[in-house]
Design a protein around this ligand. Structure first.
Ligand code: MN3
Length: 202
């Protein structure tokens, strides 16, 4: 045991079928995310970094050991990712989030195209993001387990939506067809959760 813990998955492994298959969910959560938590704990336990919050560790990513940057990012990104999806999700956002998306990208369709392109064109492993930056919505992407909260990020801000495009997130079901995984993922987005993050970020 260490300071950081694997959060409870808010649904069953098969909840996001057929878009995200049960085996991928189970391995992704119990193996990949769990390993980030274990390795993060191993990297900070007994050091000064043990006193820092996860957000503080991410904000100083350029100064912490690579194991803290990689596994701290992995823990943060996946903890967020699970909450951004739900059974019966999808559709389009409403309210202030919808207004902000229309203001920033002209339309939901334009936003979806821009985000999907960021996810599809991230070379190798990484994430696509919708972030709040100085009160405005911006689409970006990061390599590996980096994220927009890190001081090393090219585009910084508060992430409110993120998509994991590591092969481990889709390869069992989609093999090399990352664009198909991305397109199907829009059917499981929990827009209420994204809207909550949006209002908290303002
Ligand atoms: Mn992953």
């Amino acid at each position: 045991m260490g300071k950081f813990e694997l959060p409870k998955l808010p649904y069953q492994y098969d909840a996001l079928e057929p878009y995200i298959d049960k085996m991928t969910m189970e391995i992704h959560y119990t193996k990949h995310h769990n390993a980030y938590v274990t390795n993060l704990n191993n990297a900070v336990t007994g050091t000064d970094l043990e006193k820092k919050s996860l957000e503080e560790l991410l904000a100083s990513a350029s100064k912490v050991p690579a194991a803290v940057r990689n596994n701290g990012g992995g823990h943060y990104n996946h903890s967020m990712f699970w909450t951004l999806m739900k059974k019966g999700g999808g559709g389009t956002p409403a309210g202030k989030l919808a207004d902000a998306i229309n203001a920033a990208f002209s339309s939901f369709a334009e936003f979806k195209a821009k985000f999907s392109n960021a996810a599809a064109t991230r070379f190798g492993s990484g994430w696509a993001w919708l972030i709040v930056q100085d009160g405005k919505l911006v689409v970006s992407s990061t390599p590996n387990q980096d994220n927009p909260l890190m001081d090393v990020a090219d585009v910084k801000g508060t992430p409110i939506l993120g998509l994991d495009v590591w092969e481990h997130a889709y390869y069992l079901k989609y093999q090399n067809r990352r664009p198909e995984y991305i397109e199907n993922w829009w059917n499981v987005i929990n827009w209420d959760a994204v809207a909550e993050r949006f209002s908290a970020a303002k």
